[in-house]
Design a protein around this ligand. Structure first.
Ligand code: AMP
Length: 356
């Protein structure tokens, strides 16, 4: 064991699950998060309660930790770069830079030979109208930065959907228009790369979203073996190109002809990988801790079929019923207040032993 204290930037549920996994391997964790008593700090050894870009807080984190990681992709790139001078930061800052901007992300994916939807940069209402005309009036308009869970988006389904005022409605900020992808279903892959460059992938999950938020991840996904191989191959290309260390989530659209189109990447543990804690010996959280701390990767093999369901807002009221079932692993995030759209926890139902 070379690393003893892991710093985690961000104090939400992903940080919480990373801290739990870290503790099981005897690591200590320190959370950098402005909000007191955040989900991650409740289970970590210490919290530095300050902004993610507070220079004194970053210096303290670097001083007290042997390695620093993060649980969300909007960590300021400058903060990660500043930390890197004194402490290893994984995944690399380049992964933040690429994933924080949808245009940069798509261009990077394409440069790695990974297919995405066709796209145009939109910096004015005129750009939007020209791009929509090119795409036959259909497309998905998104803010380049800070969009998540379907926020900051507008869908144009036909020429009847008028783009009037759309640039301003999304905040007059840099936008991207993506061609509308008539996908059959959505899948994602969770992959990891060690400090030595070993790459390991979990089975692809089939994801269903509701109101732009992940609702369920089902294993096995209905995906052909060649398509699953393409997903693994894309993950390896991307991880190698970034010199990545840690876990990454990649979301894809699966087309009816079996081909895959990458939608977005998350340089962190991912909601569509929560099932791994119930259906694999080594979860995505432990895999990330192993990778960033310089340990060898664990076996990503899946022992059971399963369905992970997010508990959003009032779904938290169903916890007693979930707890009464013997085939379900319940995981709650320590959030005292439930609000519509807020992720409160998740459950994973084990279905049957895997046939693979
Ligand atoms: P995103 O924020 O990029 O993950 O988008 C949220 C959801 O919107 C995705 O999970 C898809 O269901 C849908 N979506 C996003 N982009 C497209 C697209 N180009 N074509 C069709 N549906 C899309």
């Amino acid at each position: 064991m070379t690393t003893s204290t892991i710093g985690i930037i961000g104090g939400g549920q992903l940080g919480r699950m990373l801290a739990i996994a870290a503790a099981r391997l005897n690591f200590r964790t320190i959370i950098l998060e402005p909000q007191a008593d955040c989900p991650a700090a409740q289970v970590a050894n210490a919290q530095i309660a300050a902004a993610y870009d507070d220079p004194a807080a970053l210096a303290e984190l670097a001083e007290r930790c042997d390695v620093v990681t993060y649980e969300f992709e909007n960590v300021p790139v400058a903060a990660a770069e500043a930390l890197q001078h004194t402490v290893p930061v994984y995944p690399p800052a380049k992964a933040l830079e690429v994933s924080q901007d949808r245009l940069t992300e798509k261009r990077f994916l394409n440069s790695c030979g990974i297919r995405t939807a066709d796209f145009r940069a939109v910096d004015s209402q005129g750009d939007l109208e020209a791009a929509l005309a090119e795409f036959g009036g259909k497309g998905v308009l998104k803010t380049c930065r800070m969009g998540y869970d379907g926020k900051g988006q507008r869908v144009f389904r036909s020429t009847d959907d008028s783009p009037a005022g759309a640039f301003e409605a999304l905040g007059s900020v840099p936008l991207i228009l993506e061609s509308f992808v008539p996908f059959e279903r959505e899948v994602s892959i969770i992959a990891a790369r060690s400090r030595d460059g070993d790459v390991s992938c979990y089975d692809p999950a089939e994801n269903v979203h509701r109101n732009g938020i992940l609702h369920t991840s089902t294993l096995p996904a209905r995906i052909s073996e060649p398509a699953a191989a393409t997903a693994r191959d894309s993950a390896k290309k991307l991880l190698d190109a970034l010199g990545y260390v840690g876990v990454i989530g990649i979301e894809f659209f699966l087309m009816s002809d079996g081909t895959l189109i990458a939608n977005e990447i998350a340089p962190r543990v991912h909601n569509s990988g929560h099932w791994t804690e119930a259906a694999c010996v080594v979860s995505q959280f432990e895999q990330h801790i192993r990778a960033v701390s310089g340990l060898s990767l664990g076996d990503p093999a899946r022992h059971s079929d399963c369905v992970m369901t997010n508990l959003i807002g009032d779904d938290i009221d169903d916890v007693p019923a979930w707890l009464a079932r013997k085939d379900v692993l319940v995981h709650l995030y320590g959030k005292t207040e439930s609000r519509p759209g807020r992720k409160m926890g998740h459950v994973t139902e084990l279905k049957k032993p895997s046939q693979g």
